[in-house]
Design a protein around this ligand. Structure first.
Ligand SMILES: NC(=O)c1ccc[n+]([C@@H]2O[C@H](COP(=O)([O-])OP(=O)(O)OC[C@H]3O[C@@H](n4cnc5c(N)ncnc54)[C@H](O)[C@@H]3O)[C@@H](O)[C@H]2O)c1
Length: 373
């Protein structure tokens, strides 16, 4: 019986502090009979030292040795061209590769006959795949951090406080988009004591919002958009009606956190510049969907915080999971352990395209195919 060797690389994308494996995960893989290489310094951004990895049973190596010896190379973000060029035929690259957004990388890897296992393609509603769901684990971190960032930038209390000096009213928080990140933002803002209202285009999210002690915003007469468990893209007219209906609520809110996404599409614009202008000075808007393609809030840019002329702080969130690198890496590494236990059979790495999970991760089937509505 052979032994599978996996190797966790040091992330090279600017500002990326996460790492694919943490020491705890190394120990679990070793126990499962998998050999683990870790690139020198790979964990430093998430506060794990090379000695921590060695102690857990990994061999810490230079990148050349890692690429030469690993059967599967483990990463978080897609690798840059230079590193992708080091991968060899038959080697497996595992990560949040987002190959549809990086066609040049997909082409480079295919050209070198590198096999890819891309965690962003996981069929999310399959219950046996839940432990491998890295999009969910990272969105959880992002949602938590978004609420904490909002609280940090807000110059008042989140909770209602009664002191000898009188009573302080609680912050009013509005969360737009109640998927994984939105629900975690709601839960976190609630734990901090804010009064939370939330809205999502999927009617099914109402129960989840209410179970967290938040109010679901009823936008009467507006289109609802669900397709196979995911949001559908609203038409331009529907989007305009939605923005108009949201404007009045936004003006009454101290904190807006937006997390709305439609898989494979540009994020919907939910908060216009005029809605932000209507907010009180000192209010805070966090756009978790901020991207180069635009976000949920007009004018937001990833990784950029601006205090606008009217005294509203607009935070374009860029890399929130990376900003909590230890928690995000720990959760991601657990996803990878579950995935590797699925892929390794009798000391061999088995990429079975006919397997429902593996086939989807290899891009052989669409992740939303077969998702029940
Ligand atoms: N294991 C599981 O069963 C599992 C795990 C994770 C996610 N999911 C489901 O997958 C789906 C996607 O979750 P996600 O967090 O990745 O979503 P996402 O990041 O794609 O989007 C975030 C939220 O934005 C909402 N949204 C999109 N357009 C909107 C608009 N115009 N206005 C308001 N809200 C809008 C979506 O409905 C979603 O709830 C959800 O249905 C979620 O429950 C299931």
């Amino acid at each position: 019986m052979g032994t599978v060797t996996v190797g966790a690389v040091r992330e090279r994308a600017p500002g990326e502090r996460r790492v694919a494996l943490v020491p705890e995960a190394v120990a679990l893989l070793r126990r499962a009979g998998i050999d683990v290489l870790v690139e020198t310094g790979a964990g430093s951004g998430a506060w794990f030292t090379d000695a921590d990895y060695t102690e857990a049973g990994a061999v810490v190596v230079a990148p050349d040795e890692l690429y030469a010896r690993a059967d599967a190379v483990l990463c978080v973000a897609p690798p840059e061209a230079e590193n992708a060029g080091t991968l060899r035929e038959g080697q497996v690259l595992v990560g949040l590769l987002e190959l549809r957004r990086h066609p040049e990388l997909a082409e480079q890897l295919a050209g070198r006959s590198v096999r890819t296992v891309s965690l962003d393609l996981l069929p999310r509603t399959l219950s046996r795949a839940q432990s491998m769901d890295a999009l969910t684990s990272q969105a959880n971190v992002a949602g938590y951090k978004a609420a904490v960032l909002a609280a940090d930038s807000y110059d008042r209390f989140f909770p209602m406080l009664t002191t000898a000096a009188g009573t302080m009213r609680p912050a009013q928080v509005l969360v737009l988009g109640a998927g994984v990140a939105g629900l975690q933002a709601i839960a976190t803002a609630r734990r901090l004591g804010a009064v939370v209202t939330a809205y999502d285009v999927r009617p099914a999210s109402r129960g989840e919002v209410e179970s967290l002690g938040a109010r679901f915003l009823d936008l009467q007469g507006l289109a609802q958009g669900e397709q196979g468990g995911y949001a559908r893209e609203l038409t331009e007219d529907e989007q305009q009606a939605q923005r108009a209906a949201l404007d009045a609520h936004i003006a009454r809110t101290d904190i807006v956190i937006t997390t709305a996404q439609v898989p494979g599409r540009k994020p919907p614009l939910l908060v216009t510049a005029s809605a932000v202008e209507g907010m009180k000075p000192g209010s805070v808007v966090v756009d978790l969907a901020a991207s180069e393609l635009g976000g949920n809030v007009e004018g937001s840019e990833p990784d950029k915080t601006t205090v606008l002329d009217n005294g509203v702080t607009l935070i374009g969130a860029g890399r929130l999971p990376s900003a909590m690198a230890t928690a995000a890496s720990t959760a991601y590494a657990r996803n990878l352990v579950a995935l590797l236990k699925h892929l390794v059979r009798d000391g061999e790495l088995v990429l079975d395209a006919d397997d429902e999970i593996t086939g989807a991760l290899m891009g052989k089937t669409s992740p939303t195919e077969g998702v029940s509505s």
